[in-house]
Design a protein around this ligand. Sequence first.
Ligand SMILES: Nc1ncnc2c1ncn2[C@@H]1O[C@H](COP(=O)(O)OP(=O)(O)OP(=O)(O)O)[C@@H](O)[C@H]1O
Length: 334
Amino acid sequence: MPSASTVKQHAFALTLPHRTHMIPSSDAITISDLEHHYGELRALAGVSFDVRPGEIFGLLGPNGGGKTTLFRILSTLLPVQKGRASIGGFDVATQPGRVRALVGVTFQSPSLDGKLTVRENLKHQGHLYGLRGKMLQERIEHATNRLQLSDRLHDRADSLSGGLKRRVEIAKGLLHNPDVLLLDEPSTGLDPGARHDLWRFLGDLRGDGRMTVLVTTHLMEEAERCDRLGILNRGELVACDTPDALRASIGGDCLTIRSGEPEVLAERVRDRFQVDVGRLGDQLRIESQDGHELLRDLVAEFSPQVEAVTLGKPTLEDVFIARTGHQFWEEESP
Ligand SMILES: Nc1ncnc2c1ncn2[C@@H]1O[C@H](COP(=O)(O)OP(=O)(O)OP(=O)(O)O)[C@@H](O)[C@H]1O
């Protein structure tokens, strides 16, 4: 009995037409005013952004942000309810066959058959895409070379480490030579070393500028590695730019203060220094052009109420907090 994910991949692959188009030089992915509802629940609230050819574009967001919904619409597995999405100029709603020919997809849930070797897994995937004989052989060689899996072709999938399995999944997505690779949380369950390797491979894949990669993640360190990022929160795109530009949009330094009386201290700091003070639980958050000076004065004046202070350059998490008014992981609590 095939697993649910295998069935899903079958559904994705079987309707693939022969590929006739390369991505034109305009945007690789265009999303305009995309909305999606599950019953009453609004999972996407009018999202718009573009992904340029050859870039690694990250969709960053906490759990429930809407990443997987958007990912499934782009991979033609969910219908477009409102708005428009196109890949390589082909409309996801009206030209799904064309879109499937252009994209390779790696889903969050594992899709390898553990009892089969790497080669057998890839062969099976190739057959789903109508590839056979010499052509399939060449594609398997090419994909496994790119992901440095050539010496693993005869290993059973269930004998591989998590990182290697993930690379085989990506090789599966590359078999039909797509121009756009869609990856849903590719490093879920990987240790930091395997995660690092995975990102090195992603960098290599688009090295010649031909492959566009859209990757969803809830990990800041992954988001940092993307060329550009869209930050999704509760179905809304709250920011979209390069990681550097997003951090620079905060400006200066970020000061975080923990206090037993956060509300009282916030009021006093506002009055004394004329700064905006945000509050997240028992922590206060201040953006300042000169954090060192403010830190010194603040501790000198309010040390009895200050339990701990951190000072640092803005991180992507600070960007998220500044754009949404809440912490990244707040959403995850059960
Ligand atoms: N099939 C579904 N039926 C009903 N609600 C759904 C369904 N799929 C997702 N949702 C809800 O839609 C919202 C967005 O979910 P989505 O999976 O797109 O977010 P996400 O950012 O990918 O989160 P995660 O990382 O947890 O998958 C959430 O509130 C989720 O509970």
